[in-house]
Each structure stands twice: as structure tokens, then as C-alpha cells.
Write a protein that binds this ligand. Sequence first.
Ligand code: 1CP
Length: 345
Amino acid sequence: MTKQLQNNLLINAAFSQQTERPPVWMMRQAGRFMKEYWDIKNRYSFLEMCKTPEIAADVTMLPVDLLGVDAAILFSDILVTAEAMGGQLSFEQGVGPRFANPIRNMADAEALQTDVVENLHYVGDAIKVVQQRLQGSIPLVGFAGAPFTVLSYLVEGGSSKDFKRTKLLLHNEPELAHFILQKIADVTVGYLNLQIAAGVDALQLFDSWAQALSWDDYRTFSHQYNAQIISKLNRKGVPVISFCKGSSVFAPLMAEAKPDVVSVDWNADLRNVKDNLPQGVAVQGNLDPFVLYADKKVIKEKILHLFERMRGQDGFIFNLGHGIMPDIPFDNVKYAIEVVKDFRF
Ligand code: 1CP
């Protein structure tokens, strides 16, 4: 069953097998820090790019061709599930994602549809086009947003600094929150299984804003849904990576959901996190993305320091603690990837 890729570093590391060096990819590697991204983005809306398989594939391939990463990540967004469920989603320049019909009460929540995997078939089509282009060279990572993070956008109507409305909902109307979270979780299972069926080689669950939650609220409103999703995937050799901001704190709970890999933000020492996880759970991370603004000498030192800490550890994927910011110099990103690729354990 296991597909033989020319470069299997990411899959091997995800399953905690030995690798000659850490595999490298970066969250938000297919994005706004690249001139070539803007050449495409200036011609289409963001959702048009996601929904046109040839364009999504073109953008997915940019970091593969220009940076030489060890994995591609599908060009899409975590909010496509919410859109498929009935959220009126737009992406405005400089504003970010917006839902014109935020969820504020039970009637809004009841209107969310769950029989929607068919609406997301364009993602499966994009995966197939990307796999034709990759020709088995490197793995393709598919992904979805975790229910809590997706809920936060649906409730706030867009990005938020403090998640005030979201937390009010969790605290004052927990039953309504659970009703929405369960709907998102059900759709996410179907959606990730669609991605596996279409041919992704690995999956990442993004719970980007989990750090807003207390330990107990994380367990109740986030962890339990992530665990449910992971348990329902037709994994068959497809490793699952669980990412959240807040993972420096939540890593032990994240591991209880049984992903193959816990992706760690930049606050904690990665070796300490790994030492406290069960045997056989790999880690991904965890360079502070702001390091990529610094001088090349500093970039190299910080990466090599991380590698010193992780020496002798199987099950380590190099990544950032979160995504590449749009104004990080392309050259620095490219340099960081070269540093990783030149390293040997
Ligand atoms: O204006 C533009 O050009 C669109 C910017 C953009 C891009 C390039 C958005 C809107 N999404 C994306 C691509 C994207 N989003 C990918 C592609 C693959 C990659 O290169 O990594 C992925 C994996 C995402 C996932 C995503 N979207 C997350 C989770 C990852 C993370 O960084 O935490 C989140 C939180 C989103 C929401 C979202 N979509 C877009 C933006 C600008 C945002 C963030 C808004 C916010 O900060 O609240």
C-alpha cells in the first residue's frame, strides 16, 4: 500500500523512522512572500485560485520549484469547509477572511449544512493535478482547519485579536458551541477522507488559534473534536500532523488524540516537548518565523542550535513554529532551506 516516493524523508520522519537529516517544509510556503505568487494573485481572487485546480496546482508547485522543499502543501485555505457549509466567505486585500453571515444563535447554527463534501470536490481535483506534476518526487500534504479554529472565524465573522465573541459563546452557551463544533468535525472527517482518496501523502490539522483557550476549555472545545476527527480517518499509511499555536502547553493533550506528529510553536524547547511525549510520536517545528527576518548568520546559528538539541532523535520534521509572514525576504527562506538540506545528523 505504501507509495514509494523518490524523497520519503517527511513520511519516514513522521513515522519516527531514522532519516539522514530532518525533512524541511514551511507553513505558508505557498504564499505572499513570493513575487511569483503575486504574479498569479493579481489575476484572480483568492477563492478562484483555490477552486481552479490548475491554478491551485501552479501555486502549490511554486515552493517546490523555487525553494526545493521536501514536501508540498496543497494551496487552499482552512476556511473552505466553513464556506461549503454555507458561510458567505470573501477574502479582502489587507483585511483577510470575512464571513458576511456570522453565526450568532441557534437558528444560524441550524442553517449550517453538513452534507457538503461534494461541494469540496474541487480540492480532490486539485490534489490529482498536483500529484501529476509531482510525479512521485516528494510528498503532498493536505490539510483542514480544526473545528475550534474554524468556529472562531464563523462566530467572529473574520479574524480576531481576542476571540471575545467566541469565548462568550463557549462560556455562556456551551451547548450551542458543541452543536456547531460537531457539525464542523463531521464535515472535516469527510473532507480529509476525500483528500486521502484523492491521493495526499500526509495530512495536517491546523488549530491555529487554540492558544486563546485555557487548558480545560482546550480539552472540552478543541481536543475532543480533534481526537474524534483523527480517529475517523482512513489513514492507511498517511501520517497525520496536529498543529496548534499553544502546542508548547497543549502538546501532551494533542498526543492523546493520536496523531503521528505534534507540530510545535516556538515557545518551548522542542527536545523537552519530545521527551515528554509518548514513544513513537514525532515532532515538527519549531523555529520562530521572525528569525527569518534576521541576518543569514543568525538564521544559520538558530537552525543549527535546534538541530543540536534534536541530535539522535528519530521523528523530527523541521518547520517554523507558525507560518511565513508575507514580508519575510524570499532569499532568507531559501537560505534557511539550504542550511537544513546541507545538514547531516
Ligand atoms: O490575500 C491573499 O493573497 C490570500 C492570503 C492567503 C493565503 C496565501 C490566505 C487567506 N490563505 C492562504 C493560503 C493558505 N492558508 C494555505 C496554503 C498552503 C501553505 O502555503 O501553507 C494554508 C495551509 C492556509 C491555512 C490557514 N488559513 C490557516 C492555518 C495556518 C496558519 O497560518 O495558522 C489560517 C488561520 C487561515 C485563515 C486565513 N486565510 C487567509 C488568511 C490571510 C488567513 C489568516 C487570517 C488571520 O490571521 O486570522
